[in-house]
Design a protein around this ligand. Structure first.
Ligand code: ADP
Length: 209
């Protein structure tokens, strides 16, 4: 299929509380007004593997970090390849898919516990199946993110502690540097108003649709 008839795959990344959910919603509203078919999704998914992952992240089902990392890669493959709602077939048939987290989240979160190269290799098939047309990293000071989370959430997940959030942010930046030759990543200053961030996001997305 010609590139012009294909959809696009837009991914948001950032530490928890950075404003991804807020910006996904605003971008989708704006895209919908242009008449493109839009599909919004997130990782981990609500499928069987994703549900298992959520129990592990909340701490109710203890698991080794390598198990969690492997499950994330498997959940992602299902997310891409499901015959009904798979991201790949949607993009192939003209939909703009906007996804909250994709493989850079794995690189940033799991490389706290294992070599980042291992995580990249575990996701190689996923990267071969579909690379994002653009990855938007909403970059926010971890202290600000933590404050936001403390006021909005009852229970924080295992990754939502300040030292971990700082480390994850650093890992994201290291992953972007490492894969700069093969990925289209844009860092958006997220220490800004919701509207200004949405404007910066829209300017970038317009360049790829
Ligand atoms: P994420 O999906 O990355 O965890 P959310 O979009 O859920 O982040 O935002 C976390 C909290 O911060 C929410 O209460 C949201 O309303 C608030 N928020 C999002 N963006 C901003 C911003 N630019 N400035 C101030 N607060 C924000």
């Amino acid at each position: 299929m010609e590139k012009a008839n294909k959809g696009r795959f837009v991914v948001f990344e950032g530490i928890d509380g950075s404003g991804k959910t807020t910006q996904v919603e605003l971008l989708c509203k704006r895209l919908a007004s242009t008449g493109f078919p839009i599909y919004t999704t997130c990782e981990p998914t609500d499928g069987p593997v994703g549900r298992l992952i959520r129990r592990m992240l909340s701490g109710t089902l203890p698991a080794d970090q390598r198990t969690i990392a492997s499950l994330f890669a498997a959940d992602r493959t299902e997310h891409l390849m499901d015959p009904e709602t798979g991201i790949r077939q949607m993009v192939d048939t003209g939909t703009i898919v906007v996804c909250d987290r994709y493989y850079f989240s794995s690189y940033a979160y799991h490389s706290q516990y294992m070599d980042m190269e291992w995580v990249i290799q575990a996701n190689r098939l996923n990267a071969d199946i579909l690379k994002p047309d653009i990855t938007l990293f909403i970059d926010v000071d971890p202290q600000i993110c933590l404050k936001r989370l403390q006021t909005t959430r009852k229970h924080l997940e295992i990754y939502e502690k300040i030292d971990i959030m700082k480390q994850v942010r650093a890992n994201y930046l290291a992953a972007f540097k490492r894969l700069a030759h093969q990925e289209h990543v844009v860092v958006i200053d997220g220490n800004n108003s919701v509207d200004n961030i949405a404007k910066a996001v829209w300017e970038q997305v317009c360049l790829v649709i």
